[in-house]
Ligand binder design. Sequence first.
Ligand SMILES: N=c1c2ncn([C@@H]3O[C@H](COP(=O)(O)OP(=O)(O)OP(=O)(O)O)[C@@H](O)[C@H]3O)c2ncn1[C@@H]1O[C@H](COP(=O)(O)O)[C@@H](O)[C@H]1O
Length: 114
Amino acid sequence: MSQKTILQQLDEVLAARKDEAADKSYVASLYAKGTEKILKKIAEESLEVAMAAKDHDNSQSEQDKEHLIYEVTDLWFHSLVLLAHKDISSEAITKELQRRFGLSGHDEKASRDA
Ligand SMILES: N=c1c2ncn([C@@H]3O[C@H](COP(=O)(O)OP(=O)(O)OP(=O)(O)O)[C@@H](O)[C@H]3O)c2ncn1[C@@H]1O[C@H](COP(=O)(O)O)[C@@H](O)[C@H]1O
């Protein structure tokens, strides 16, 4: 049997946290606070990604590259929490990425405008 990916493992944990108490789990505390709180975290993490990317533009350092990876991971994580809050698994996103794979962004936009 193939091993589960980290996204599949996280999907399971995020789903299980629906039955957990908010004081026992960070994810459960976000669910309890609701969509607005999760969106606020996503907005905060997006800003932190932007700042980390600009820092790396200026420094080109490995340390700032690591910091950017860390901040994007926070953003992905909180996006996954939002999806789980709405009973959507990461598989829905990987499937959508697969559907788009090989489809030029310019061509896709042109087909929309037609
Ligand atoms: N991957 C993560 C993960 N990444 C980041 N974080 C948390 O996200 C928060 C974001 O950092 P901030 O400094 O913005 O948070 P904060 O200041 O505490 O939050 P606010 O008071 O601003 O809301 C921190 O508390 C991090 O610990 C995560 N928390 C949990 N996970 C995964 O989710 C699983 C379930 O977590 P629990 O629900 O806490 O058991 C864990 O086993 C991990 O696999």
